[in-house]
Design a protein around this ligand. Structure first.
Ligand SMILES: O=C(O)CCC(=O)C(=O)O
Length: 294
């Protein structure tokens, strides 16, 4: 049953546990065959020190510049729901931003993060060859008001196949902690394949399909990156702390992946009542009957 009506505090308690804490590799130099095997079986790899302090500072400056309207061609921003931003500007406005997307063409500092040789090398190693970036996003989970990103698989949003050719990267720009809403993952969940997604608090896995007992939390230092399979179940609880939790999320696909159309996606993400994926939401594809969870 959906927990939505119980409110965000109860949802955070029931759907996320924080007693199993993952320890990331200390640096990209530590990625060895055992780490690759870990990715294959667990569906994720967390690595500290992929980016330097200077690169992280430059990325944060790039985000602030775009949010403040520094590039008039860039269309900003998705704000936290229910927050009135009409009289806000500068830092106060930035402190209410939930998400910005597709910014790489508008800021060289942010583009440099997505194309960084250290990052791209790890992406190629995991995907087994050349890859293209298909999406750039910043998730800012602001202090006190940052809301949950419910559990989901990213492949439910993307129109590429095969699904295991899609790789997410999530880069911490602030210390991502248990308190401010760092990533939670279900190790090995990618091996069970695509699961139905429903339009509830977001486009998400059904709350009862989340294997909360197996939740592992992945804190990261600024400059650390979580690499994760597009099939991995993952989510983030709300940020009720006073600290910021800015992150960049880039997705890459293997050059062997092909684009799908909506009906093809619906063959993969489906259940009795209809289409159980997120492409309608993410790509505004008309005509797919959306499954409703009762
Ligand atoms: O950064 C977050 O809070 C969650 C990001 C995420 O999983 C997503 O947007 O797909």
């Amino acid at each position: 049953m959906s927990l939505t009506s119980l409110g965000s505090e109860i949802i955070a308690k029931q759907l996320y546990r924080s007693d199993r804490v993952h320890t990331p590799l200390p640096s990209p130099d530590a990625i060895d065959d055992a780490a690759m095997e870990f990715f294959r079986t667990q569906g994720f790899l967390a690595v500290e020190n992929v980016f330097t302090r200077e690169e992280v500072e430059a990325a944060k400056a790039g985000l602030s510049h775009l949010i403040a309207g520094g590039n008039p061609e860039f269309k900003c921003c998705e704000f936290e729901k229910g927050v009135d931003v009409s009289n806000l500007s500068g830092e106060a406005l930035e402190a209410k931003v939930r998400k910005i997307m597709f910014f790489c063409p508008f800021d060289a500092r942010l583009n440099a993060m997505a194309q960084h040789p250290r990052m791209v090398e790890i992406v190629r190693r995991i995907l087994g060859g050349e890859a293209n970036m298909i999406q750039d996003m910043a998730l800012l989970k602001p202090p006190l008001v940052g809301s949950e990103k419910p559990w989901h698989q990213d492949t439910a949003y993307f129109l590429y196949e095969p699904l295991d050719g899609i790789l997410g990267t999530w880069t911490a720009l602030d210390a991502a902690t248990i308190e401010n809403g760092c990533m939670h993952v279900i190790p090995g969940s990618h091996l069970a394949g695509p699961k139905p997604h429903y339009h509830d608090r977001d486009c998400q896995l059904a709350d009862e399909d989340v294997d909360v007992e197996r939740d592992v939390v992945v804190p990261l230092s600024p400059g650390g990156v979580l690499f994760f399979s597009g099939l991995l179940h993952h989510g983030t609880p709300p940020n009720r702390s006073a600290s910021r939790r800015r992150a960049l999320q880039f997705h890459y696909v293997s050059v062997n992946c092909r684009k799908m159309d909506g009906p093809q996606h619906a063959q993969i993400f489906k259940e009795d009542a209809g289409y159980a994926g997120c492409a309608t939401y993410a790509h505004k594809i008309p005509g797919l009957p959306i499954a409703k969870k009762t």
